[in-house]
Design a binder for this molecule. Structure first.
Ligand SMILES: NC(=O)c1ccc[n+]([C@@H]2O[C@H](COP(=O)([O-])OP(=O)(O)OC[C@H]3O[C@@H](n4cnc5c(N)ncnc54)[C@H](OP(=O)(O)O)[C@@H]3O)[C@@H](O)[C@H]2O)c1
Length: 324
């Protein structure tokens, strides 16, 4: 079969559509014929050599896919899945390929009303957003949540999900067009981080109960200042660096908590628990149309290099799909 290989750490040009061995199914895995995958920032970091796959994971990039079940591996007989089922899946790697082995607990049905290719835009953002806003962040109706990078794949999903939960949504983004798109998706408070201080704006709006942050170090202090008493900061990305100073006095006085998480390195059982929570609590919202996949553009899988260039330029809003 063919897959996108990272020939050496480097720029988008190191992504090569190459002939590679077929995946072999391990206990509890099914083989999926990939229809589409989607690009995540983590794939860019992996390509640059900064985010190696965890032990045992496929060496090819791709943290999600959609497609058709081709074969049931050992131990998956009673799982309820059959050959020919149309699925989408959360992956630990290997989505940029013609076929991929998937732990059965990481499969999801294609939601009603969503196309097979489009469904590849959902697993990674749905699992990340639901686990961090609900399980970790405890978001509830009526609370204010600040989503940094509202125009990102993660952001466009988080805005819709938080709105559907009944939260008041604030976003940051770097252009008027992205902020307008966030408003259409349900954001009430929109801040262009290039021209406005988000902390001042959030404080004028009564502060955030919860912040979903992708910047890390560069935003830590401003995030702590933007939170209300008992506020929670959940860090899922380090685009602004991994080290900074923290003012513990600020945390003490407002009883703040800070948590940082990553989905990819969680054990399979934790991923399966998240996938099952998403199926129960998020898929109905997708099927009733309260949340839609936001797809910026679709490119052929062989053009993964071009897709990475687009992502690195941040010209996109929402997800970039790669189809067979
Ligand atoms: N921990 C986890 O499990 C997990 C899972 C998935 C994703 N993530 C992380 O989530 C982040 C988003 O991922 P993605 O795949 O959705 O990537 P993406 O679509 O490329 O989004 C990155 C976004 O960040 C925005 N941005 C850049 N600088 C910013 C700043 N100073 N303030 C606010 N926004 C800024 C960019 O657009 P503009 O500058 O034009 O606004 C862009 O929309 C990444 O850091 C990724 O690693 C974490």
């Amino acid at each position: 079969m063919h897959a996108i290989r990272i020939t050496e750490p480097g720029g988008p040009e190191v992504l090569s559509w190459s002939e590679v061995p077929e995946p072999s199914l391990q206990q509890g895995e099914v083989l999926v014929e990939v229809a589409a995958t989607a690009v995540n920032r983590a794939d860019v970091a992996q390509r640059q050599g900064n985010y190696p796959p965890p032990p045992g994971a496929s060496e090819y990039p791709g943290l999600e896919c959609s497609g058709t079940v081709l074969e049931l591996g050992p131990g998956t007989e009673g799982s309820g899945w059959s050959v020919g089922d149309q699925v989408c899946a959360l992956l630990t790697g290997g989505g940029y390929s013609e076929r991929v082995a998937v732990p059965v607990g990481q499969l999801l049905p294609v939601p009603r009303g969503v196309g097979l290719a489009e469904a590849a835009a959902l697993p990674e953002v749905a699992c990340t957003v639901w686990s961090n806003l609900v399980m970790v962040g405890g978001l509830r109706s009526g609370q204010t949540v600040l989503v940094h990078g509202g125009g990102s794949g993660i952001g466009t999903f988080a805005v819709q999900f938080a709105r559907a939960l009944g939260a008041r949504v604030a976003v940051t983004a770097g252009s008027a067009e992205k902020l307008e798109r966030c408003r259409e998706l349900g954001a009430e408070i929109t801040v262009n981080y290039r021209t406005e201080d988000f902390t001042e704006r959030l404080r004028a709006e009564g502060g955030a109960d919860l912040i979903l942050d992708i910047m890390g170090g560069s935003y830590l202090d401003a995030n702590l200042r933007s939170l209300t008493a008992n506020g929670r900061l959940v860090i899922i990305g380090l685009m602004g660096g991994r080290r900074t100073e923290i003012d513990l006095g600020r945390m003490l006085a407002k009883r703040l908590s800070v948590q940082a998480t990553t989905l990819r390195s969680r054990p399979a059982a934790e991923k399966a628990a998240i996938v099952s929570g998403v199926l129960e609590e998020v898929w109905p919202l997708v099927e009733e149309g309260a949340i839609r996949p936001v797809v910026d553009r679709t490119l052929p899988l062989g053009d993964a290099a071009e897709a990475h260039r687009v992502m690195e330029s941040s010209a996109h809003t929402g997800k970039i799909l790669l189809t067979r």
